[in-house]
Design a protein. Structure first.
Length: 259
């Protein structure tokens, strides 16, 4: 797919981190970008900088997602590109014992479901609604659209406490190929990126010694990933017409330890 001002894109989680970098990379190619995010102040600021549109959106809400797509399409027309970066995580052991009181507890099921609803169901909700809209587009060189999803290396080597996060990201990986197959006949490609340890706004708040230790754990290069590197791979998946149904780790060859 050629990137230019005739193409519209939606990026969920586009107000910061990996999503913001992707918005900026697409906009630099002339693509008209819509940012779906909960952070109104940051989202509006990024949208203003790139000449895009901000759509406040919680991906767990059917109504908000519908309204966001309606706003984006009113501004830019039907999107040919969807990049899903919205997501979050938590950490609870499946079952554990308090070190002082010896009291036992288990992973709070509402906390487990919360992560699944955002990372997995929210991603699929946006895919389904975007793909439905893409079906009405006229193909360009046989192609109607391209979708890039964000999983995590935790999908394959999740650490202690990451049962919900790993399950949600494993689900994103697991649905990539069947969705690509569902949409192949209509010229829509679907791929997935599994980032390793990246320098994101959340990571920026970590103490220097923590970031140094994490950087040292990466085989090569011994540093955290940078958001533009994610964006570069996302654009490759979008522009390379033979890239389809793939799940690609972007992680400096790291394999996460148990903790």
């Amino acid at each position: 797919m050629e990137l230019n001002s005739s193409v519209a894109a939606v990026v969920t989680g586009g107000a910061s981190g990996l999503g913001e970098a992707t918005v900026r990379a697409l906009a630099a190619q002339g693509v008209r970008c819509a940012i779906f995010d909960m952070n109104e102040a940051k989202g509006e600021a990024v949208a203003k900088e790139v000449g895009g549109v901000f759509c406040k959106c919680n991906v767990t809400s059917e109504e908000e997602v519908d309204a966001a797509f309606a706003k984006a399409r009113a501004a830019h027309g039907q999107e040919r590109i969807l990049v899903n970066c919205a997501g979050t995580g938590n950490a609870f052991k499946t079952a554990s014992r308090d070190k002082q009181t010896r009291e036992t507890k288990h992973f709070p099921l509402d906390a487990f479901n919360f992560i699944i609803q955002i990372n997995l169901v929210g991603t699929f909700r946006c895919i389904a609604k975007s793909a439905k809209g893409m079906l009405d587009l006229e193909p360009i060189d046989g192609e109607r659209g391209a979708i890039v999803n964000t999983a995590s290396v935790a999908a394959e080597d999740g650490q202690m406490g990451q049962a919900a996060y790993s399950a949600s990201k494993g689900g994103v990986v697991g649905m990539t190929l069947p969705i690509a197959r569902d949409l192949a006949g209509d010229g829509i490609r679907v791929n997935c990126i599994l980032p390793g340890i990246f320098e994101t706004p959340l990571m920026a708040g970590a103490p220097p010694q923590v970031k140094d230790a994490l950087s040292a754990s990466v085989p090569f290069p011994k540093r955290l990933g940078q958001a533009p590197e994610y964006a570069q791979l996302a654009l490759t998946m979008i522009t390379n017409g033979y890239f389809n149904g793939e799940d690609v780790r972007l992680d400096g060859a790291i394999r996460m330890a148990p903790r």
